[in-house]
Design a protein around this ligand. Structure first.
Ligand SMILES: *[C@@H]1O[C@H](CO)[C@@H](O)[C@H](O)[C@H]1NC(C)=O
Ligand SMILES: *[C@@H]1O[C@H](CO)[C@@H](O)[C@H](O)[C@H]1NC(C)=O
Ligand SMILES: *[C@@H]1O[C@H](CO)[C@@H](O)[C@H](O)[C@H]1NC(C)=O
Length: 341
């Protein structure tokens, strides 16, 4: 509780501008297509707080289990770089260590999502997107759109190709403090199947990290207007369909229940569409969740307003870190869509 209070206070103080700069490139996030860009930086405050929480939990579990104990000497620094070094050390010992270290967290999260699913409509037209509350007094559909002003130095096609490469999985552990495992395989049609273990909460909401073990069994270009991908999820023609992917998020458990749907898209935008005079790529990322419509009013409000805001902020952190890494990797000509798909 005390930690959370301190954290919220520091997030509020870090008010700067609508543009944040990372690795020499400018970024701008908004939480709906027509909204004005967020006035405060998203990445640094969110990532730093999430790193503090993850660092404390991991160290506690390394102490308790003795797994990868040598890593405790690695870095006491909870800033993102220190936490990433700790995770790299734990993964170097065995990249499946996180499943054991955080086994209780996985169980807790599974119970949470099972309850949300049970107490929600299965009608996906009523699902709610991960969103953030910004200046809007009322509920407002919001999902992150992040403009990345690469000015031709990273294109939408290059980024899409990079996300299909092994490098994307390799960057995962350092892309977000709460990332613990990601393994992706492509099938012959180009659909991606990923096994993912991550958390994405506890910074803005009281629900905690919810460290969840899940799979996205088929992440592929969507066909809108179906039961699985309702018309309302269509983001229009400015995002080319081949550079969009949608896939169910399925809990890793015997009954494999679907607890959400992931939707990511990328497009090139021209200098006249941006606010800095430069061109770049825009990344749309949303996760649609069951609305928990049969929960208490207080729980539902916390879930929809604050917990899903955590996830929206988490995704902005990830978009910035991954585009930075993709830009580095693509310089060496790696970023070409495989000709087999
Ligand atoms: C994400 O940003 C943090 C903080 O700047 C950095 O330590 C980390 O290496 C970045 N991750 C990637 C994959 O570039
Ligand atoms: C982007 O690439 C151009 C060359 O195409 C280069 O002149 C420019 O410095 C690069 N921008 C950044 C911010 O690195
Ligand atoms: C988590 O998922 C992985 C597959 O990605 C599986 O091997 C592992 O056993 C699962 N662990 C738990 C505790 O659910």
């Amino acid at each position: 509780m005390h930690l959370k209070t301190v954290v919220l206070a520091s997030a509020i103080i870090t008010v700067t501008t609508g543009i944040e700069t990372h690795g020499g490139y400018q970024y701008e996030a908004r939480f709906s297509p027509e909204a004005t860009p967020e006035a405060k930086n998203i990445k640094d405050p969110y990532e730093t707080t999430a790193a503090t929480i993850a660092n404390a939990r991991l160290r506690e579990q390394v102490e308790a289990t003795g797994i990868a104990r040598q890593c405790l000497a690695e870095s006491a620094d909870a800033e993102p770089a220190g936490l990433y070094a700790l995770k790299d050390c734990i993964a170097a010992d065995n990249k499946r260590n996180f499943f054991t270290l955080l086994a209780e967290d996985i169980e807790e999260s599974k119970a949470f999502w099972t309850q949300v699913i049970q107490e929600s409509t299965t009608d996906r037209t009523k699902w709610v997107p991960a969103r953030a509350v910004s200046d809007y007094p009322h509920l407002f559909l919001q999902y992150p759109y992040t403009k990345c002003y690469f000015n031709g130095n990273l294109t939408a096609t290059q980024f899409a190709a990079w996300t299909l490469s092994q490098n994307a999985d390799e960057a995962n552990l350092n892309a977000n403090p709460e990332h613990y495992y990601k393994e992706t395989v492509l099938d012959s049609t180009g659909a991606q199947r990923s096994e993912i273990f991550e958390g994405w909460g506890g910074v803005l909401s009281t629900f905690g990290m919810k460290r969840t073990n899940f799979t996205v069994p088929a992440f592929a270009p969507p066909e809108y207007g179906t039961v699985d991908t309702p018309e309302a999820w269509d983001i229009g023609p400015s995002f080319p369909l081949p550079l969009q992917r949608v896939g169910a998020k399925v809990l890793t458990s015997e009954d494999g229940q679907t607890f959400g749907a992931l939707h990511i898209a990328v497009r090139d935008f021209t200098a006249s569409e941006g606010s800095t005079g430069e061109s770049g790529i825009e990344i749309y990322s949303a996760v649609w969740y069951p609305p928990w419509d049969q929960a208490s009013e207080a729980d539902q409000a916390e879930f929809v307003n604050n917990y899903l805001a955590d996830e929206a902020h988490h995704m902005v952190v990830e978009v910035i870190n991954l585009t930075q890494k993709a830009h580095e990797d693509c310089k060496s000509g790696l970023c070409v869509i495989p000709s087999s798909i």
